[in-house]
Design a protein around this ligand. Structure first.
Ligand SMILES: Nc1ncnc2c1ncn2[C@@H]1O[C@H](COP(=O)(O)OP(=O)(O)O)[C@@H](O)[C@H]1O
Ligand SMILES: [Mg+2]
Length: 292
């Protein structure tokens, strides 16, 4: 089967000569979730932007090739490239607020893209968005379609953008830290929702995150990015079971416990606990009102 996305030895530089991507290669197969993990500044967003054809003007690709479903982007003229990327890919952004136009209602701004890029009729686009708003468990789609972005919570805005991303049935969705800007309580719901829609629609996902806990939950494959370079790639369970690169090991060691948030409270040893118990008991005695 043709990979959904193939990046071959992609290198990119800034005007000052700084390399932001160093011979990056990665593949996303149809329907698969590949996580791209690395700390802030590693170049994760840059890779996402390269795929979506929206690199900043200052960034120059100096080497490499990108293929979407076997079509090499470099061989197409700018217009054909935009059309291909528009039809086959979509983005779930990091910050749902800045990704939405503040002065337009949700309805027109989510259907616009379907009309413009896919040539759908307004009615068809409307129908499709309504259907997707239900899939992302928005209970009052009619009300939400009439809202301006600021009238919705962060979680609701991200649901809207997830709906919009899946609406056009892209083969590949780039999700760039899609839960980072949200309240902790909402993050889990949104992650679950993305995973659910991904499975139901069979969409391939390039999931960008700095969080290994998220990698463990959502992906089958993972690429570890460090200073613009893929230092390791593996099936996700293998990466956790036997990380090969020192950076990956450090990243795992720095993550308290990616499955159990309470486990990070464990390092306190028995002696410390016993001391703590004495202290508490002492404090108790001190607080007890004395009756002479
Ligand atoms: N618009 C831009 N113009 C020039 N350099 C940028 C721009 N955005 C990011 N960079 C630089 O590119 C590198 C990678 O950034 P980015 O892809 O945003 O990292 P990540 O998403 O992994 O945190 C960093 O050194 C960053 O400072
Ligand atoms: Mg980023």
């Amino acid at each position: 089967m043709e990979p959904c996305l193939e990046i071959r030895s992609l290198s990119a530089v800034l005007p000052n000569g700084q390399r932001v991507l160093r011979s990056v290669s990665l593949t996303v197969q149809p329907g698969e979730v590949r996580a791209l993990v690395g700390e802030s500044g590693a170049g994760k967003t840059m890779i996402g932007k390269a795929v979506l054809g929206v690199l900043p003007k200052s960034v120059r690709i100096v080497e490499g090739e990108m293929l979407i479903e076997g079509e090499s982007l470099g061989r197409l003229d700018a217009k054909a490239r935009r059309t291909l990327i528009g039809a086959r890919t979509a983005l779930i952004p990091q910050d749902p607020l800045t990704a939405l136009n503040p002065s337009r209602r949700i309805g027109p701004q989510t259907t616009d893209r379907l009309v413009r890029i896919l040539g759908w009729s307004g009615e068809k686009a409307d129908e499709r968005i309504r259907q997707l708003l239900q899939e992302v468990q928005i209970r009052e789609p009619e009300r939400v379609l009439k809202c301006y972005p600021h009238e919705l919570s962060g979680g609701m805005r991200q649901r809207v953008l997830i709906a919009a991303a899946f609406a056009a049935e892209p083969r590949l969705i780039v999700a760039d830290e899609p839960t980072t800007a949200l309240d902790v309580t909402v993050q889990k719901q949104i992650l679950r929702l993305i995973a659910q829609l991904q499975r139901n629609h069979g969409t391939a996902l390039l999931f960008v995150t700095h969080d290994l806990g998220v990698v463990a939950k959502i992906s089958q494959k993972v690429s570890v990015l460090y200073a613009g370079k893929v230092v390791e790639e593996a099936a996700t369970p293998d990466l956790f079971a036997s990380p090969q690169h020192p950076y990956t090991r450090a990243l795992i060691a720095a993550t308290p416990r990616y499955t159990d948030p309470y486990a990070s409270l464990m390092p306190v040893n028995e002696t410390v606990l016993a001391g703590l118990a004495d202290e508490v008991a002492g404090a108790d005695r001190a607080w007890r009102p004395s009756h002479g």
